[in-house]
Ligand binder design. Structure first.
Ligand code: AMP
Length: 239
């Protein structure tokens, strides 16, 4: 299907636990609608790599897995959203992480000094990808990565033919450090405590939709696209 590159899509916020398939869906939406994925984690890591003042402050906080102070994050988000590739919309990934960040984003999108359109379409559509806790554990604890080329398996859901050996290149399959069960439980708990209030913030404003993340990837993305279309119907005469 041809993409109409003049069409406004607006901001899309994806919420989903680690392992829910948020990254996969974000890439599919970005590719389909030709809008950028704006990840605060990536923007912060880029500052750390470039050794900026902000990066120097953020790096030890990030290493402890804590949240970087709001004023630093707000600076990089507002700067990024002003770039012209965000003019038709964007997918926010990793932001907002708290209700106060969500409130700040609403204020930014309403702000007369923020040089972007301010009609209804610029109220974020918030899509939460729901996956049951036990399924998340299966997805994350079963994940194995090939050492040579990063091919991904899952010993429960998509096992290799030979134990711990990559089918494609014969190299060894290993567990990523942050996929160890005790770390996974921590990550899932942190997600739950951080994200539930954000989801409640948007649910209270009638902007939260949930999709069933346990369906096959294409069915999840069909559902996600339907929600985007419902939020943002084609104007008459548009393709
Ligand atoms: P992520 O790649 O989204 O897991 O983010 C990596 C790290 O960057 C997090 O553990 C936080 O330290 C920091 N970070 C990312 N997004 C935010 C945010 N919205 N607010 C505060 N800190 C953030």
């Amino acid at each position: 299907m041809a993409v109409d590159t003049s069409r406004i899509i607006g901001p899309i916020i994806l919420l989903g636990a680690p392992g829910a398939g948020k990254g996969t869906q974000a890439k599919l939406i970005a590719g389909h609608y030709q809008i950028p994925q704006v990840s605060t984690g990536d923007l912060l890591r880029d500052n750390v790599t470039r050794g900026t003042e902000l990066g120097k402050t953020a790096s030890s906080i990030m290493a402890r897995g804590e949240l970087v102070p709001d004023d630093l994050v707000y600076g990089i988000v507002s700067e990024r959203l002003r770039e012209t590739d965000c003019d038709r919309g964007y997918i926010l990934d990793g932001f907002p992480r708290t209700p106060s960040q969500a409130g700040w984003l609403d204020a930014l999108l309403e702000d007369k000094f923020f040089d972007k359109p301010k009609d209804e379409k610029w109220h974020p559509l918030v899509i939460r990808i729901d996956v049951d806790y036990n399924e998340l554990l299966l997805r994350l604890t079963g994940r194995r990565i090939c050492l040579a080329n990063g091919h991904i398996y899952n010993i429960h859901l998509k096992p290799p033919c030979k134990d711990a050996i990559c089918d494609k290149d014969g190299s060894q399959l290993v567990i990523r450090d942050d996929d160890r069960e005790e770390v996974i439980r921590e990550r899932l708990l942190a997600y739950e405590s951080q994200t539930r209030p954000v989801a409640e913030y948007y649910a209270g404003r009638g902007r939260l939709v949930s999709v069933d993340g346990e369906l096959p990837v294409e069915q999840v993305s069909d559902w996600v696209f339907r929600e985007i279309e419902r939020h943002n119907p084609h104007a008459p005469g548009q393709k």
